[in-house]
Write a protein that binds this ligand. Structure first.
Ligand code: FPP
Length: 240
């Protein structure tokens, strides 16, 4: 069975948008949408292995999200803290390795330590590599990689590894990038890693996203023709 095997080959990434609107439409505070969003993370991550996804990268908090009202930022940080506290055992049990991507030096006291502990406790997971981006900016990650070059002459591969940070065997390149909530933009997410990603935009708000939506995105991905800048196989042989 696929779920018993090594992680699938696909790297999917999701911009989890629409929490605030989902809540506001129901007369609830925005934070209620973020709370429901954590449940979406759980059911979506657990559906990955059977869909052939071995690496899932989620955008939870961008470097620009610090501009939101202090109450919302504080609520998101509390959610992150409780996620790390409550989910680590479940992640370990389901063979999920957790990595947190992004800056750690601006996070509230105790969270960097909780991240390190959760990463260590789940390090043996081989079914899914779940990467959660917090205080993340793709452009800042590219700048940080350039600063680490120290005169080396990089290749796409070597530079990509610097941009992505520790991948623990996962592919740097994103195959399928999904954005929920109806907007169609990348918002400074995975700008290097998604160079050849297939993009999938859905109106579904993140609190309502689940395994069926992920399966639909993967099915559509399977119907796309990926050429990576080349030509269709028959056209190549016709020209030869
Ligand atoms: C975007 O929706 C979502 C976020 C900025 C936060 C995403 C966070 C979670 C799903 C839960 C937190 C999870 C962890 C692990 C901390 P939005 O608020 O921009 O929605 P809107 O566009 O409808 O306003």
């Amino acid at each position: 069975m696929q779920s018993e095997a090594v992680p699938g080959p696909l790297h999917a990434a999701i911009i989890m948008d629409g929490n605030g609107r989902w809540a506001t439409q129901r007369g609830l505070p925005r934070l209620a949408g973020h709370h429901r969003g954590v449940e979406s993370i759980r059911r979506t991550a657990e559906a990955c292995p059977d869909l052939g996804i071995g690496t899932l990268t989620l955008y939870a908090f961008s470097a620009d999200n610090w501009q939101r009202p202090a109450e919302e930022v504080g609520g998101l940080m509390r959610l992150l803290r409780s996620y790390l506290r409550n989910e680590t055992q479940r992640l370990a049990r389901t063979g999920t390795r957790l990595s947190v991507v992004g800056r750690r030096d601006r996070l509230p006291d105790g969270i960097p330590e909780a991240i390190a502990a959760a990463e260590a406790a789940t390090a043996a997971g081989t079914r899914l590599h779940l990467r959660i981006c917090v205080d993340y900016s793709a452009r800042d990650a590219i700048i940080a990689a350039a600063q680490r070059l120290q005169g080396e002459d990089p290749t796409r591969e070597s530079f990509g590894k610097l941009v992505a940070g520790p991948m623990h065997g996962s592919p740097v390149d994103v195959d399928l990038l999904i954005r929920t909530g109806g907007e169609r933009r990348l918002s400074d997410f995975m700008l290097w890693e998604a160079a050849y990603a297939e993009l999938h935009f859905t109106e579904r708000m993140w609190p309502e996203f689940g395994p069926e939506d992920l399966a639909e995105a993967v099915a559509e991905f399977g119907r796309r023709e990926r050429r990576f800048g080349g030509l269709k196989a028959p056209a190549v042989s016709a020209a030869a």
